[in-house]
Design a binder for this molecule. Structure first.
Ligand code: CP
Length: 314
C-alpha cells in the first residue's frame, strides 16, 4: 500500500481485516520490519487515541516515531501554491513537507476541516499538499472529510464481535453543542458500503451526508425504525453538509438511550470517542455490557499496525 487516505487505497479489504486481527494475537511478529525506519506524526489538531495507538503500532513494528503538534510547536504553514506570503504564514508546505520527508520514511497527518468553506474542505488541500510535496508515503490520521484509520478499526471491531454473518449496522446522528466535522460518518459510511453488512443511516432532516459517502445505504429520518433489529448502533454527531458546518438541530430526543437500545437485536454500542455523556449517549448505554467503545479504541493499534505493515512492505 503506497498511501492510506481512504478505503480506496486498500486493494483487499477482507485480507486487511484478517491481518489486523492476526496482529492482535501476534503483536511482535514483525518487530524487525520497521527497523531503521522512521514514522513522523504531524498533528494540526488535538488527539488522544490516534496519536498514542499509531505510535504504539509503529513501535510494535520496530519503527522510530517522531511526533509534532504543528499548530503550537512549528511555523505557520501556507498551503496555497503561488501565494504571496506577506501574511502570518512563515513557511510553505512545499518546503515543510519535503523537509519532513528527509527525516521520515512515512508521514502521518491529522488536519480537521474549516467547516466554513465546503468546496475547499472537500478538496482536501492539506493532506493532498503533503502527498504532493513530501516525497514519502502519507498516512491519514484524519483529514477534512475522512478518518480511515477509525473506520478500519470500526470494521475490525464489528468483525470480531458480530453474532450473525451479515449484521445490521446503523449509523445514527446524535445531538451535540459544537459543530463537528463529517469526517467520521463519511468514512464510516464509505467503509460499511465496502463491507458485507446491512447498512442503515439515520439522521434528522438537513443532515444528509455527501452522496459519494452515503452511497447505497438505506437512509431514514426515523431513528426508532432504524434501530429495530440492529446488531450494531454507531453513534456520532456531525454538522450539516447541506447548510455547511452549521448546527441546524440539537433535539435531545436524538440522544442514544437504553430505552431505544431495547428496540435492537441486543445491539453493541459503538462510538469513535471522545464522547459527551448524557448529550450524545446516556450513561446507562455507555456503561452497559453492550458498549464496546473501549475494545473499539483498543483496536486502533491493530488497524494502524496492519496499515503501517502494508506500507512498509510496499
Ligand atoms: N477517535 C479518535 O480519532 O480519537 P482522537 O481524536 O483522540 O485521536
Amino acid at each position: 500500500m503506497k498511501q492510506f487516505l481512504s478505503v480506496h487505497d486498500v486493494p483487499d479489504l477482507p485480507g486487511l481485516v484478517q491481518e489486523a486481527l492476526w496482529l492482535k494475537q501476534n503483536p511482535y511478529a514483525d518487530e524487525n520490519l520497521g527497523r531503521h525506519k522512521t514514522l513522523g506524526l504531524l498533528f494540526f489538531n488535538a488527539s488522544l487515541r490516534t496519536r498514542l495507538s499509531t505510535q504504539k503500532a509503529a513501535e510494535n513494528l520496530g519503527m522510530k516515531v517522531m511526533v509534532m503538534n504543528v499548530t503550537t510547536d512549528s511555523w505557520g504553514l501556507e498551503f496555497e501554491d503561488g501565494a504571496i506570503m506577506n501574511g502570518n504564514k512563515a513557511e510553505h508546505v512545499k518546503e515543510a513537507a519535503a523537509v519532513v520527508g528527509q527525516y521520515c520514511d512515512i508521514i502521518g497527518v491529522r488536519s480537521f476541516p474549516s467547516l466554513t468553506d465546503r468546496e475547499k474542505d472537500y478538496q482536501e488541500q492539506v493532506i493532498k499538499q503533503f502527498v504532493k510535496y513530501a516525497g514519502v508515503p502519507i498516512l491519514s490520521l484524519e483529514s477534512a472529510t475522512r478518518h480511515p484509520l477509525q473506520s478500519f478499526t470500526d470494521l475490525i471491531t464489528i468483525e470480531e464481535t458480530k453474532t450473525v454473518a451479515r449484521p445490521k449496522v446503523v449509523l445514527t446522528w446524535a445531538p451535540h453543542v459544537k459543530a463537528l466535522p463529517q469526517a467520521v460518518p463519511n468514512s464510516f459510511a464509505e467503509w460499511m458500503n465496502a463491507a458485507d453488512v446491512d447498512f442503515v443511516i439515520t439522521h434528522p432532516e438537513g443532515y444528509a451526508l455527501a452522496p459519494e459517502f452515503s452511497g447505497n445505504a438505506r437512509i431514514t429520518h426515523n431513528q426508532r425504525e432504524a434501530f429495530e433489529g440492529a446488531d450494531f448502533i454507531y453513534a456520532k454527531n456531525w454538522s450539516s453538509y447541506e447548510t455547511y458546518g452549521q448546527i441546524i438541530n440539537s433535539d435531545p430526543a436524538w440522544m442514544i438511550t437504553q430505552e431505544k437500545m431495547g428496540l435492537t437485536n441486543q445491539a453493541k454500542f459503538m462510538h469513535c470517542l471522545p464522547v459527551r455523556r448524557n448529550l450524545v449517549v446516556e450513561d446507562a448505554v455507555l456503561d452497559s455490557a453492550n458498549s464496546i467503545v473501549i475494545q473499539e479504541a483498543g483496536n486502533r493499534v491493530w488497524a494502524a499496525q496492519a496499515v503501517l505493515k502494508r506500507m512498509l512492505q510496499a
